[in-house]
Design a protein around this ligand. Structure first.
Ligand code: SF4
Length: 461
């Protein structure tokens, strides 16, 4: 659907009842399914013996009732994954597991390392053998190589070597560990079920489904270690200014999540309010592009006084697997996924609210569909500024030449899409949504990367 795509979601569970851990991880992964639909996995830790179930597909397809009954242990870590092209293999499903001198260790990772290739080269030069193409395996190798001075020291050294945006959950013999990158680009939060039982998750929506109480977010650069002594925080020796990925708020995260103190729903609703102020179009109704445009359209309608209506129906049963990389299938996929409601749209001037435009292909087809359904004017309002730069911190973006915001002006994009007008939320408007706080990465809009990106990669784009 021509969106930036989250690459993964992670969960970690530490409970006293060994029958519960895998099941709670499973429910948590269900809530995080929007962060990755191509593979899923759970590793259970039974007194240091690690057992995993992993597979391609949705959470509902990968795990059976028998699996969940079979997996027993007090610690579980889980992962859902969206892969970039070329590495959609069972081998690359997470968690990744390794045996080494000090026992077994498993790791699940959301994000991307900007120096991942260099770290892998270094390890391979030193004789390391890899079973996957994942950064996660490099991180596991770094930790296991330095473990003789203890896990805390190994983690500190590893964090000092790796660069990028990441949230990681790890299980060692008797511990559950969470790590967030020094800028807090990728989210990770802590929940508690009861005294001594903890959950780590990419988003708080995963805590809600298992009745865990949200405690707090893991701080940028922080390591949290959970074991039979409780939760211990190792404050970072390497950290920078907080730079949470703003696209988590705009599109990627679930709207019932709260990340770093921001309600995702409220953020989107407020974006719609401010966008309404910046848009001059007159219309009979405001419609969202479901689902991520809904909260913003509600805010837009409230601020403008233009009635909110549903003009597009989303088919929730079209999975990612349907979408084939041929042009013909892409066109059909959009039609299958979103259908206009003729009775609502016929003869009306419509403001359509969406979260972002990446290549512009999907927006163009939706505008066409809304017109065919009888709308006399279609004004497209986008709750983010133009996406002009690629992401190197764990979000899949096409190359820069394919980002329509990088190669065309707003007027040219409007003409290409076939809308009567096109309004993007301004960078100032987006700043206002964030209460003028600077704790966000906005690099895909302004090119100000908080962590150095290899210049060769930018030149190739
Ligand atoms: Fe998020 Fe964009 Fe920054 Fe990537 S570059 S972390 S998508 S805000």
């Amino acid at each position: 659907m021509d969106k930036l795509k989250e690459e993964c979601g992670v969960i970690g569970v530490y409970v006293k009842d060994e029958k519960l851990a895998a099941r709670l991880a499973y429910y948590g992964l269900y809530a995080l399914q929007h962060r990755g639909q191509e593979s899923a996995g759970i590793t259970i830790n039974n007194n240091g013996n690690l057992e995993s179930i992993k597979g391609m597909g949705l959470v509902s397809e990968v795990f059976s009732e028998d699996d969940l009954n079979k997996l027993k242990g007090m610690i579980a870590i889980g992962h859902v994954r969206y892969s970039t092209s070329g590495d959609k293999e069972l081998n690359n499903c997470q968690p990744v597991v390794a045996k080494y001198k000090h026992g077994s260790i498993a790791l699940a990772h959301n994000g991307s390392l900007t120096n991942g290739d260099g770290i892998r080269d270094m390890l391979e030069e030193e004789g390391a053998v890899f079973h996957t193409t994942l950064d996660s395996e490099s991180i596991l190798q770094l930790i296991s190589r330095q473990h003789k001075r203890g896990i805390e020291s190994a983690l500190k050294n590893t964090i000092s070597l790796i660069k990028g945006g990441y949230a990681i959950v790890i299980t060692t013999k008797d511990q559950l560990i969470g790590v967030r990158d020094p800028h807090g680009i990728r989210p990770l939060c802590i929940g508690q079920i009861d005294d001594g039982s903890y959950i780590l998750a990419s988003e708080s929506c995963a805590l809600d489904v298992i009745d865990a109480t949200f405690i707090r977010d893991v701080e940028p650069g922080e390591v949290v270690v959970i074991d039979n002594m409780g939760l211990k925080s190792i404050r970072p020796t390497h950290w920078g200014q907080k730079k949470l990925c703003i696209f988590e708020m705009i599109y990627l995260a679930r709207q019932d999540s709260i990340i770093d103190g921001y309600s995702v729903f409220e953020f989107r609703r407020r974006s719609g309010e401010i966008l309404a102020r910046e848009c001059n179009a007159e219309a009979d109704m405001v419609i969202p592009v479901p689902d991520s445009g809904i909260s913003a359209a509600i805010g837009f309608s409230a601020a403008s006084g233009i009635p909110y209506m549903e003009g597009l129906v989303k088919n929730r049963y079209v999975g990612r697997t349907f979408i084939q990389p041929t042009q013909e299938h892409r066109v059909r996929a959009v039609k299958l996924k979103l259908t206009p409601i003729r009775q609502t749209l016929k003869g009306k001037r419509v403001i359509m609210v969406d979260d972002s435009i990446v290549r512009g292909t999907t927006s163009k087809r939706i505008v066409e569909q809304v017109r065919k359904a009888g709308a006399v004017e279609v004004h497209l309002c986008i709750t983010s500024p133009p996406v002009q730069y690629c992401c190197y911190y764990g979000i899949d973006t096409p190359d820069r030449n394919s980002l329509i915001g990088a190669v065309k002006s707003v007027d040219e994009i409007c003409e290409y899409i076939g809308a009567d007008s096109l309004t993007y939320l301004s960078l100032e408007g987006l700043r206002e949504v964030c209460d003028n706080k600077s704790g966000f990465c906005r690099a895909c809009f302004n090119g100000n990367y908080p962590i150095e990106v290899p210049i060769s990669e930018i030149m190739e784009e």
